[in-house]
Design a protein around this ligand. Structure first.
Ligand code: SF4
Length: 381
């Protein structure tokens, strides 16, 4: 398939692996964080770590929209869904994310709440149009990739004067999260989590471009390579990062030139800024409150804001104390460091958000990576 097969060619992958092996300094370790869950999934699925030298290590980041949603926001959505006049429209993965006390949207649905799985914001709009007697709320989540479709849905709803449509807004921003990771005590304490560079997200960067990463590449002296989601994209990005580290450079480079440019998509950015404004802070699972990292609807569109419309109180939930999602999302721990991994916690019975979405580090490792664990253990012993 065009634009797929040529980026999954094993022969080229082995040749890039050889270039990486020839480029590395054997006296040091290279630790790169892939911010995005799409890259985490690709790394596990295609066994990319098996192609890397032992001193090149990938650290999973917090770029999975389902994973970073704190438990309190799930509890708020469940509270909304339990109201008799509300239909809550959600993406499928969100239904299985555990809330407090063993709850989830799926369980709320089983108990009678009107929770419906949708594939897009427009599905939710159609439900609102077809059922004017219901209050239809769209559970909006995601990074800069999914924000423009939500903005367009709001503008369409405003144009149609739909009075029974609103969104529960949980859209978050990538650059603020990367900056927060770089400023976190874990990363500043070099012996705890050292990060030598980032693989920047693919789809997010088609919208925002590569420009927003330039500040922290300069400020924190960390190279960033924006990369596509296919295995050869990731391999090439790692080679580009290794070369930057070796040469003492900390630049923003663009591996994904077939889709990303420096300025991004001006139309999509204009749609977003027309409808949304920055929140002063937003809670992320694992990262806590991150300043200016989330969006809410502007006053002009306040009528579509479910939090205002239904006077929703902010809930601060408590994670399952045995779940290590928070530490995994900060890059401090790996899925296999969690005692629940693969025992009580599997994709069928997720105990934390990282086991729900295919982009979550625990789900990706369960689906693909665990089969290679014993090979790695044998090689290390
Ligand atoms: S294995 Fe399950 S419980 Fe453990 S960190 Fe991952 S999601 Fe949380």
């Amino acid at each position: 398939m065009k634009y797929v097969d040529e980026y999954r060619d094993g022969r080229i992958a082995r040749s890039i692996a050889t270039s990486i092996a020839c480029s590395i300094d054997h006296e040091r370790e290279y630790r790169f964080m892939e911010f995005c869950g799409g890259h985490t999934h690709a790394i596990s699925r295609y066994g990319i770590e098996d192609l890397l030298p032992a001193n090149v290590r990938m650290i999973h980041g917090p770029g999975c929209p389902v994973c970073v949603l704190p438990i309190g926001r799930i509890d708020m959505a469940i509270e909304l869904a339990r109201r008799p006049d509300i239909t809550l429209c959600v993406y499928g993965d969100l239904m299985r994310v555990p809330g407090s006390h063993g709850t989830s949207l799926l369980r709320a649905k089983a108990a009678g709440a009107d929770v419906r799985m949708v594939y897009s914001t427009l599905d939710a709009l159609r439900i609102a149009e077809a059922e004017p007697d219901r209050e239809v709320v769209f559970f909006a989540i995601g990074f800069e990739t999914t924000t423009p479709p939500t903005a367009i849905a709001i503008r369409l709803a405003a144009g149609k004067q739909l009075k029974n449509f609103s969104i529960f807004c949980n859209h978050v921003l990538t650059p603020s999260a990367i900056q927060n990771i770089l400023e976190s005590p874990d990363v500043r304490a070099l012996d705890c989590v050292r990060i030598d560079g980032f693989i920047g997200p693919a789809h997010v960067s088609t919208v925002i471009g590569t420009e927003p990463y330039e500040f922290f590449a300069e400020e924190f002296e960390k190279p960033v390579v924006v990369a596509g989601f296919e295995p050869l994209d990731v391999m090439q990005a790692i080679l580009m990062l290794v070369r930057q580290v070796n040469e003492g450079r900390h630049e923003v480079e663009n591996q994904y030139i077939r889709a990303v440019n420096r300025k991004g998509n001006p139309r999509a950015k204009a749609e977003v800024s027309e409808v949304f404004e920055l929140r002063e802070s937003f809670e992320w699972r694992g990262l806590g409150l991150v300043p200016y990292s989330g969006l809410r609807l502007r006053k002009t569109y306040a009528a579509f804001d479910a939090e205002r419309r239904f006077a929703l109180e902010t809930v601060v939930g408590r994670d399952n104390p045995a779940c290590e999602c928070g530490a995994i999302l900060r890059g401090v721990k790996k899925p296999t460091d969690c005692k629940l991994f693969g025992t009580v916690c599997t994709p069928e019975t997720p105990m934390g958000s990282c086991m729900v979405s295919a982009e979550g580090a625990c789900a990706a490792h369960w689906t693909y990576g665990r089969f290679r664990d014993h090979v790695r253990r044998r090689a290390a012993s």
